[in-house]
Write a protein that binds this ligand. Structure first.
Ligand code: SF4
Length: 211
């Protein structure tokens, strides 16, 4: 299977059901949900992000909030204490240093506490329609299982390989579709192989079924 065909096939199958996993109606809400998102389930990001937005109306009020209160709100999410610190620091940095204006480059976005390269690219893709390759754990798992990349491939290598095979104007959508497939079907612990049409290309499936 070639990558382009795989992406086209995902697009045919999931273009109607595909979502970003959480909603947002402002930069503020998106930044909060991006900070909450590492290793978190989508419904928790959505619910707890909404609770933060309704509890603190802007960056300034979030920056001024007691850390204990933020922790209490987001306690159900993994690494809640680290994420509470990041939320508070990010809100302080955005309100004080950035004067509430979110930058439009990966480099500048990554200066915001809690925003790494993946979140920065996600932000640019969602808010500015930039074409970004968003490499997350789901994206890599799917590509490894389907033998597109090896288990020790570095992100920079994956990115260059991806750029060489997929048109730039569909980078965001293509990488998000692969990640979506990883979240919905090719799950980490119990992949739903019975619903998967790519079994014959899959290392994982053949290793489990040829034992
Ligand atoms: S066969 Fe199973 S493990 Fe392999 S790609 Fe499909 S869902 Fe993932």
């Amino acid at each position: 299977m070639v990558l382009k065909k795989f992406v086209e096939s995902l697009s045919d199958k999931y273009s109607n059901s595909y979502t970003e996993g959480f909603t947002y109606s402002s930069d503020y809400e998106l930044i909060i949900k991006l900070i909450l998102s590492p290793r978190a389930l989508e419904h928790k990001i959505e619910f707890l992000g909404n609770l933060i937005v309704s509890s603190y109306k802007d960056y300034k009020s979030l920056a001024m909030a007691p850390l204990d209160d933020i922790e209490e709100i987001i306690r159900p999410v993994g690494f809640f204490n680290q994420k509470a610190i990041r939320l508070k620091r990010a809100a302080f940095y955005i309100s004080n240093t950035l004067d509430n204006k979110i930058p439009n480059t990966t480099y500048e976005l990554m200066k915001i506490p809690g925003i790494g390269v993946k979140s920065a690219r996600k932000y640019l893709s969602l808010r500015l329609n930039a074409e970004e390759i968003i490499i997350d754990t789901h994206f890599k798992r799917v590509l490894k299982r389907l033998n597109f990349i090896s288990s020790n491939s570095k992100n920079s290598e994956i990115e260059n390989w991806f750029k060489g095979l997929i048109s730039q104007n569909i980078h965001s959508r293509s990488s998000n579709l692969i990640s979506y497939f990883g979240k919905k079907i090719c799950l980490n612990k119990k992949p739903k192989c019975e619903f998967c049409q790519y079994k014959r290309f899959c290392n994982f499936f053949s290793s489990v079924h040829n034992r």
